[in-house]
Design a protein around this ligand. Sequence first.
Ligand code: R5P
Length: 288
Amino acid sequence: MIVPGASSQALAAALAAELGEPLAAVEYNRFPDGETLAAVPEFDAERAVVVATTDSNDAWVELLQLQDAVREAGASEVVTVIPYMGYARQDRAFEAGEPVSARAMARAVSTGADRVVLVNPHEESISDFFDAHVTICDAAGRLAEPLPDDLADPLFLSPDAGATELAEAACEAYGSGETDYFEKTRHSGTEVEIAPSDADTEGRDVVIVDDIVATGTTMSEAVSHLDDDGAARVFAACVHPLLAQNARTKLERAGIERVIGTDTIERDVSVVSVAPLVAAAVDAVEAA
Ligand code: R5P
């Protein structure tokens, strides 16, 4: 039985269809003091697949509650799918006294999950933080699907060296084009410095590929360099379209032709579904 977190209702429905499993009715309530209560009143299955993007603190708590609720209702196996894992970028203590927040969250989830499925976590090494078995899905190649067929001499760029594999996967899936990357230095949560790539972009269609668009600062900074170099159309493609704060305005003002994202976070740009990938991972988990 597929059990949706409040932030992943469309993806959970798509996953239920992919796997041919029923979609559980879930009630999401809030007490006057702010506490959440996510309940699964009619859970009736051996296996629960809890699907919950954790893009807020409430979503994290709901995920833990859903894991506990299905176990309480008799599930003998709990597979937890975290399509977008919040706190994944806090994967180390950057300064003395800081927590490794991703590890703290992973440990909490592991208390109630037999297995975990993640989609493009910020770093693959995050899987080491879980005590439960982890399967990672890579959705980068799927980002090529909504791109127009007529891209002019396409160039797939990543905003930093760490995301080159994503740009390469999208380029390969598109079937033509080159890849390159910018050099990025982050100064704060909303300030980044981008050094232009060496690639010639004049007259070319450019696709910038990243794992997350959060505040949109990285993407819009990158686009500003492309404008200087006379690129034609610029597309922004990401696995996780978090689009926090004024990200949409930044991207619009930067002149981006189209933003493409997946349904790990449900936004209007989430035109690519990761459901088939996640279904395969859940089945693979079952076979493991
Ligand atoms: C950082 O390493 C990630 O790969 C993304 O580049 C980053 O999360 C994007 O954040 P923002 O949209 O706030 O610049």
